[in-house]
Design a protein around this ligand. Structure first.
Ligand SMILES: *Cc1c(COP(=O)(O)O)cnc(C)c1O
Length: 374
């Protein structure tokens, strides 16, 4: 019998999604059509913010938020080295400098207590990332940002549906970015959104994503803009995905609970962090191998899983140690020790809404085998 491979992630596409995409193809509005507006409005309602702009990716959303906030040459933006590389890169797109701050060892998010020591007179903003769907304390961050007159940007690309108390992730900062790559909680193939209550900022994003075109006069170009538009084909998929987002979240919650159960007896690992009154939106299921654990041991376990056709990933490699960052900025090992320690001890296990219990059981059985041999 051949074993069935288990992917790291998998989008949930059903007949409704397919019909919605097909129906756009039968209209003349493949881009800048009615689906874009509908998607933006539906997303703003879901998130409880005033304005949204659909864009071509989560990375584009971050780039445009920073541009719209006029982050530029010589500015510093404080952010996390433990994130998907796009959050730091988006700062460099604007020729500003990402200033990394180490993270909290439990939540894996920026350590808010350490931010103040990174603020200089060049600091213009804090770019906070809700890592693995665990929402940061945006009220606390906003107080800190206000104290130093900084802008606050939330990279909520992994946190659609997360909540801290009554505050939805992505609804509280000056602006937030979401991404819809197929491994996210919902997908548009590729895509992203800028969400904000600041109308001026969002209108600027609307112009910038469309070549810097004036919003009043189609033949005038008032800024150096980009083509970061999201097609109506993608937006139609976004609408049907958003329709079932609560159901998809529920399935992910159930899958996460089942992993928790299965892993409770596995001594070598620390399960994902939880906090009272905070709802994580399950994006990936990342386990932490207890210290001491070398990168070599972690890599052995990953190879063992992969040899058994089980997808897994390094979430995240430390950004400051990526070749582009070490070569350009001279970062070295030891600069952000908590981030680095986690980067070598974490593994993302297969995780998606339609995962079966049998698949989860197999992942954990093989993981146990791997641990016993490591
Ligand atoms: C997915 C993601 C993004 C955006 O990625 P795109 O592929 O550009 O949509 C940005 N930041 C984080 C933390 C992410 O996980």
């Amino acid at each position: 019998m051949t074993i069935q491979s288990i992917p790291l992630s998998q989008p949930e596409i059903d007949e409704n999604d397919i019909l919605a995409v097909n129906s756009v193809l039968k209209t003349p509005f493949l881009s800048l059509g009615p689906k874009q507006t509908q998607f933006e409005e539906a997303f703003a309602r879901y998130l409880n913010v005033n304005h949204c702009q659909a864009v071509s990716s989560g990375t584009a959303a971050l780039h445009l938020i920073l541009s719209a906030l006029d982050i530029k040459d010589g500015d510093e933006v404080i952010t996390s080295p433990f994130s998907f590389i796009a959050s730091a890169n988006s700062i460099l797109f604007n020729r500003a400098l990402p200033v990394f701050c180490d993270i909290d060892a439990e939540s894996f998010n920026l350590d808010i207590e350490k931010i103040e020591s990174k603020i200089t007179d060049k600091t213009k903003a804090i770019l906070a990332v809700d890592v693995f769907g665990f929402p940061m304390d945006m009220e606390k961050l906003k107080n800190l940002a206000d104290k130093y007159k900084l802008r606050l940007i939330e990279d909520a690309c992994e946190a659609l549906g997360a909540k801290r108390g009554e505050i939805n992730a992505g609804s509280y900062a000056d602006a937030a970015a979401f991404g819809f790559y197929p491994n996210k909680q919902m997908t548009t193939g590729e895509g992203g959104i800028v969400a904000s209550n600041n109308e001026t900022l969002v209108l600027k994003v609307k112009s910038l994503k469309n070549q810097g075109r004036s919003l009043e006069d189609n033949s005038l170009f008032v800024e150096l803009g980009y083509n970061y538009r999201l097609s109506d084909i993608n937006c139609a998929l976004g609408l049907t995905q958003l329709d079932k987002i609560n159901k998809m979240h529920e399935k992910r919650d159930i899958a996460a609970d089942y992993y928790q159960q299965l892993l409770a007896e596995v001594e070598e690992i620390i399960p994902p962090y939880a906090e009272e009154n905070v709802k994580r939106s399950w994006f990936v299921y990342v386990i932490e191998l207890k210290k001491p654990c070398s990168a070599k041991k972690r890599d052995f376990i990953m190879k063992y899983l992969q040899a058994n056709e089980i997808g897994c990933g390094k979430y995240f490699p430390a950004i400051h140690l990526q070749p582009f960052y070490t070569e350009r900025f001279g970062y070295k090992e030891g600069d952000f020790p908590i981030c680095e320690s986690l980067a070598q001890r974490t593994i993302a296990l297969p995780f998606f809404a339609n995962m079966t219990w049998a698949q989860q059981k197999r992942v954990v059985d093989v993981l146990k085998e791997a641990l016993s041999r490591a």
